[in-house]
Design a protein around this ligand. Structure first.
Ligand code: C2O
Length: 346
């Protein structure tokens, strides 16, 4: 059976790392009956959002994005649209605050399995709708951190600006721009020149997206069904570069590499959503690499798995994996940028 919607009327006891300083590890609880997600009634009359590469946006975009994040941060944590509540969604689904429906006492975990790509797609989707409604622009799209291409391999400038809403002091100060990211960072600073680092990163991308991901079951990660123990096995992309990018961003002076370097705190850094937009983009890119063999999974336990999110109104919505396979139906797409790693066969 599929992993089903947790009961969100209460927040269970999360399993947090030592030293974690967090008031709640859940968005505001609700007893409301969730409504089922309905795709846009008319695709042609619903605006399409185009998510831009974070390093290439205009000053106007940065200003609007800042205004949106500021508006989210200004809402009280009791409002599901607030930045605090949005960040807590990650804590709830990743640190054991919830149990899958029908399995009290079993931890619900959306990482390290085939739920990784679809859960985070849903999460960003509602985050983006909330942001768009707060800035009054239904076409407003979140940026993606284009770390898979040389021009995007630094912390994007708008996140590094200390006066910005997008800045988070709990990051690794050594990795501020112009430092190049290491896509398989393991906590040890690599000793590469910039051109070696770029070359290394492109090979990492090729290895994870092509060599290790030839089939849907390899690309998406291990099955995780109702009642299963969590952490059945991550996909190659969840493993690398997803994990290393988190660790590279987090602050080694904090007890658990907060914010980005730990599940419970990662959503507190606005950078999280740009990192995950690029992870989400990799799902679309992977499908485009080989339209015949790179398909979504067809297992009903994957397609029917469901999650609960608040939308911008804010009401509680149940959304299933099968609802989010086509980004066009969700009315967003990614700016078309080059894929230099496609030629980086080792
Ligand atoms: Cu839900 Cu990048 O982690």
């Amino acid at each position: 059976d599929p992993v089903a919607t947790p009961n969100v009327s209460t927040c269970g006891q999360a399993d947090l790392p030592p030293g974690a300083n967090v008031s709640t590890c859940c968005p505001p609880p609700s007893n409301a009956l969730p409504v089922d997600f309905a795709p846009a009634a008319s695709l042609s009359s619903t605006p399409l959002r185009t998510r831009p590469a974070a390093h290439s946006v205009t000053a106007d975009y940065v200003a609007k994005f800042n205004a949106g994040i500021a508006a989210m941060k200004a809402l009280p944590a009791s409002d599901p649209r607030s930045f605090a509540a949005q960040a807590a969604v990650h804590c709830a689904y990743c640190d054991g605050s919830y149990s899958p429906e029908g399995f009290p006492g079993v931890e619900l975990q959306v990482h390290n399995s085939w739920l990784f790509f679809p859960f985070h797609r849903c999460y960003l989707y509602f985050f983006e709708r909330i942001l768009g409604s707060l800035v009054g622009d239904p076409t407003f799209a979140i940026p993606f951190w284009n770390w898979d291409a040389p021009d995007g391999m630094r912390l994007p400038a708008m996140y590094a600006d200390q006066s910005s809403q997008l800045f988070d002091p709990r990051r690794d100060a050594r990795h501020a721009p112009p430092k190049l990211i290491d896509l398989d960072y393991n906590g040890t600073e690599p000793r590469f020149t910039d051109s070696q680092q770029i070359d290394h990163n492109l090979r990492v991308m090729y290895r994870q997206m092509v060599s290790l991901s030839p089939t849907p079951s390899l690309f998406f990660g291990s099955p995780y069904r109702a009642g299963d123990d969590p952490n059945q096995g991550p996909s190659p992309v969840e493993n690398i570069p997803h994990g290393p990018v988190h660790i590279w961003c987090g602050d080694p002076k904090q007890p658990s590499f907060e914010d980005m370097g730990n599940f419970y705190s990662a959503g507190n850094d606005p950078l999280f959503y740009a990192h995950h937009a690029n992870i989400d983009r990799m799902w679309s890119v992977w499908k485009g690499l080989d339209a015949r063999r790179h398909t979504d999974l067809t297992d009903p336990d994957w397609l029917n798995a469901s999650f609960l999110f608040y939308d911008e109104t804010p009401k509680l919505v149940r959304i299933r994996v099968r609802d989010v396979l086509d980004t066009g139906a969700l009315r967003y797409q990614y700016q078309d940028v080059p894929l230099p790693w496609k030629a980086a066969r080792p």
